[in-house]
Design a protein around this ligand. Structure first.
Ligand SMILES: [Zn+2]
Length: 235
């Protein structure tokens, strides 16, 4: 078991043709519409349209559907007994029925208290995101002092396509999902952004500076580009 094995994808239970969810309307509506909602293709049509017609229509629209699906990312859910990584360590997720919502960590377990299992992710994120923010702010202040790289301000945000960035006036933005990965990877991303306060681009000079503060930056960068998307899609 590695920290890369924590992903559980949501299952689609409704009726479907070629992976497209079919929603038939009993109303007098005569229109057929096809859209992508929450990463799933959905076709709405009047009740009287038969499956054969829909099959032909979906095949005709396949290119459009595939193109749009690639843009949307699959939703990653949280399930009882799954393993979840925090700072490179795996924790067992436990669902505990409770009227009031809270999350607590005891040893290797994360206990999530809520009414229904599907509410776990939301309750868990309310606990995890502030924890991440606190950790990343502390870490950037340590690394900034250690390497004498100053920054103007730090913001922790939810991004789906980047781990961090640095503005021209030295404000640093970090993705809260960094907390899911090993400390070495987090430090690499923070050092990368702090180095941008000296060199704004990705020139040779930039990487030369990064290498002074993180001797393993090449391996860390490679690991992140190989595995990062799995973590960035959560939340
Ligand atoms: Zn950069």
């Amino acid at each position: 078991m590695t920290i890369l094995d924590f992903f559980v994808k949501k299952k689609n239970k409704s009726s479907a043709i070629y992976g497209v969810e079919i929603r038939r309307s009993s109303k007098r509506s005569r229109t057929i519409s096809l859209k992508i909602k929450d990463g799933k293709p959905i076709l709405s049509c009047p009740n009287f349209i038969n499956d054969n017609y829909l099959r032909k229509l979906i095949l005709k629209k396949k290119e459009w559907i595939d193109g749009n699906l690639k843009k949307k990312k699959e939703e990653i859910i949280l399930k009882e007994n799954q393993n979840f990584p925090i700072l490179g360590k795996l924790y067992k997720i436990k669902f505990l029925y409770s009227e009031s919502e809270k999350t607590e960590n005891i040893d290797n377990e994360i206990n999530i208290f809520c009414k229904k299992e599907y509410q776990m992710k939301e309750v868990f994120l309310k606990w995890l995101i502030p924890k991440s923010e606190k950790f990343l702010k502390k870490r950037i202040s340590i690394l900034s002092k250690r390497h004498k790289l100053s920054f103007k301000d730090i913001f922790v945000k939810n991004y789906r396509s980047r781990w961090g960035c640095c503005s021209s006036d030295s404000k640093i933005f970090l993705n809260w999902k960094l907390i899911l990965m090993h400390k070495e990877i987090i430090d690499y991303v923070i050092i990368h952004e702090l180095t941008h306060t000296l060199v704004p681009n990705h020139s040779k000079l930039f990487w030369l500076n990064v290498s002074k503060y993180d001797q393993n930056y090449k391996e860390n960068r490679k690991w992140l580009s190989r595995n990062g998307t799995k973590f960035i899609n959560f939340g």
